[in-house]
Design a protein around this ligand. Structure first.
Ligand SMILES: C[S@@+](CC[C@H](N)C(=O)[O-])C[C@H]1O[C@@H](n2cnc3c(N)ncnc32)[C@H](O)[C@@H]1O
Length: 275
């Protein structure tokens, strides 16, 4: 069967899990062939010889298994990262955290020291290391598999010298006193929230933040304030602005601002503490 006919045939199997079934079949084929879109389209009438392997991938995808775990690739902030099962798949809205951090860091004249809590695949730390000239980052996580993958991503992007990956439950193994800015996209979903099928393939300790959901965020706010760190930038749940605004009344902040994501949901905040 030709590449073109194969795309048509297997698109049918994916039409209930994605609104771009043909595109996704092409992505899986490009992954198997190790070719790009241009090659695939130029060779549409060529025989496709890996149908057996494709069927396996299509079957998994038809169960709502994330395509990123099948191809081990994900795009974030215009770059390509490695992703593997057991580590959270980066979401586009997390790019806004990078924009907010750059707003602060672009004005810094000297070297900046950053802590990332819950680095996952390492996308935030790697992007900051790529975009900020003089930066040293400590990136922590409780998931060893995530730390291993984050390191691979740092090596892939040639920034491994700027980032130290460390196993730590929040601040537990962080004793440094020179941190200027903390950034985090922590788990913030309530434990009893029922996730859609595709998200259930991702690690639950990357998603659930406690009974209410904002417990880890509150811990991070409290610990960051106690350590006299000036800036804290976090992603949060769409319904957490009011409880977190109330919680922030307990702290001596210079300013705090919330931001919305691309769909106009409240999605995170930047705090500047009074040092
Ligand atoms: C929502 S994911 C974010 C991953 C990545 N930074 C991103 O934005 O795609 C949250 C990450 O926090 C980690 N995590 C969960 N609880 C933690 C804790 N107590 N201390 C440190 N990291 C934690 C999880 O393992 C997961 O990798």
């Amino acid at each position: 069967m030709t590449i073109k006919d194969t795309v048509r045939k297997y698109s049918n199997d994916l039409k209930f899990v994605t609104h771009i079934p043909a595109k996704e079949v092409e992505i899986l084929m490009m992954h198997l062939l190790d070719k790009n879109t241009i090659w695939l389209h130029l060779n549409y009438n060529k025989e496709f010889e890996q149908e057996k392997e494709l069927i396996k991938l299509v079957k998994k995808r038809a169960q709502n298994y994330p395509i990123e775990y099948l191809t081990n690739k994900v795009s974030f902030y215009g770059e390509t990262f490695i992703i593997k099962e057991g580590v959270l798949i980066p979401r586009p809205e997390t790019e806004l955290l990078i924009d907010n951090a750059l707003e602060i860091l672009k004005n810094k004249k000297q070297k900046v020291n950053v802590l990332e809590i819950g680095t996952g695949s390492g996308i935030i730390s790697v992007m900051l290391a790529l975009l900020v000239k003089d930066i040293k980052i400590i990136a922590v996580d409780i998931n060893e598999k995530a730390l291993e993958l984050a390191k691979q991503n740092a090596i892939k992007h040639n920034v491994e010298e700027n980032i130290e990956f460390r196993l730590s439950n929040l601040y537990e193994n962080v004793t440094e006193t020179n941190i200027d800015l903390v950034i985090s996209n922590p788990p913030y979903i309530a434990d009893d929230y029922e996730l859609p099928k595709n998200v259930s393939y991702e690690p639950s300790n990357a998603l659930f933040g406690g009974n209410i959901g904002d417990e880890l965020l509150k811990n991070i706010i409290k610990d960051t304030n106690e350590r006299n760190i000036e800036y804290l930038l976090c992603e949060m749940g769409f319904d957490q602005k009011i409880p977190l605004t109330k919680y922030l009344e307990n702290f001596n902040t210079k300013s705090f601002t919330f931001y919305q994501d691309y769909e106009k949901f409240d999605r995170g905040f930047t705090i500047q503490f009074n040092k």
